[in-house]
Design a binder for this molecule. Structure first.
Ligand code: ADP
Length: 256
């Protein structure tokens, strides 16, 4: 970590759905350059927390700060501009576009230009396009996508499509990256490749990564810290080995 200032601060977040308390007074921090694994049995509140951070849900109480900025109440489409990137459990790619085109979609909130400046042919438009193109080239190389840059996404294996989604989230230059079950549906070799990529991404961009994942081996190997939830309550937080050895965590997973 470069500083002790958290990139993500979750402070006493409570979220209810009718009578169900999906998150109860949950607090933790993630520092820049840290991967935080979020674990817990089904129904423990992991997805709800992701959706609170990315503006899909609004918690009843508590604060969520990204690089010091309170993000609760921010509209979903503003999240990228605030430095939050995310990938989805079910891929959200444009299947009839190429890999490079899909990645560039993630850059559209950058700068002051984007669609409007392009339409008006403002000088800044070309500059931002050039920057996005350069970023895309770096990411395609880093994620081993350069050889398929001009291939339609629909023609690629699932594991490759997952890397495209990762590149598209990264081109937005997020400070915080939310990864929702990135290993779902991947084979053993692809999971190992993902592990290598997460560490490379963390080290190269010094961002904070919050990872929801059922693949325990992956979580325990890549996470700098792990937060465990059960019934919306944080039951453990710490280094992977510590959390894994917590009696509360073992009980939650083994069902008492
Ligand atoms: P996880 O991602 O850990 O499996 P969730 O965040 O999906 O857990 O769910 C936490 C709790 O909140 C569960 O009891 C679930 O039934 C409930 N819940 C989640 N989303 C909704 C919703 N949109 N409406 C009502 N209840 C919900």
């Amino acid at each position: 970590p470069l500083t002790d200032k958290p990139l993500l601060r979750v402070e006493s977040v409570t979220k209810r759905f009718g009578g169900v308390v999906a998150l109860s007074d949950v607090s933790f921090d993630v520092l820049p350059g840290q991967i935080c694994g979020l674990i817990g049995p089904n129904g423990s509140g992991k997805t709800t927390l992701f959706n609170c951070i990315s503006g899909i849900y609004r918690p009843e109480s508590g604060g969520i700060y990204v690089d010091g900025t309170q993000v609760v109440g921010t509209k979903r489409h503003r999240m990228a501009a605030l430095g939050i990137g995310r990938t989805f459990q079910n891929l959200a790619l444009f299947r009839s576009m190429t890999v490079r085109q899909n990645v560039l979609v993630g850059a559209h909130h950058l700068g002051h230009s984007g669609f409007v400046a392009n339409a008006l042919r403002l000088p800044s438009a070309g500059r931002d396009d050039a920057r996005a193109t350069a970023d895309a080239d770096v990411l395609l190389e880093m994620l081993d996508l350069a050889p398929v840059a001009d291939v339609l996404v629909a023609a690629l294996p699932f594991g490759t499509q997952k890397r495209v989604e990762l590149a598209r989230a990264l081109i937005g230059r997020p400070k915080l990256l939310l990864l929702d079950e990135p290993a779902g549906g991947l084979n053993h070799g692809e999971v190992e490749e993902l592990e290598r990529l997460f560490l490379a991404i963390r080290d190269r961009f010094s961002l904070a990564i919050l990872l929801v994942e059922h693949h325990m081996t992956l979580v325990m190997r890549v996470s700098d810290k792990v937060v465990a939830l059960e019934f919306g309550v944080k039951i453990a937080e710490g280094r992977p080995a510590e959390v894994q050895a917590e009696p509360e965590v073992i009980r939650a997973y083994l069902g008492d």
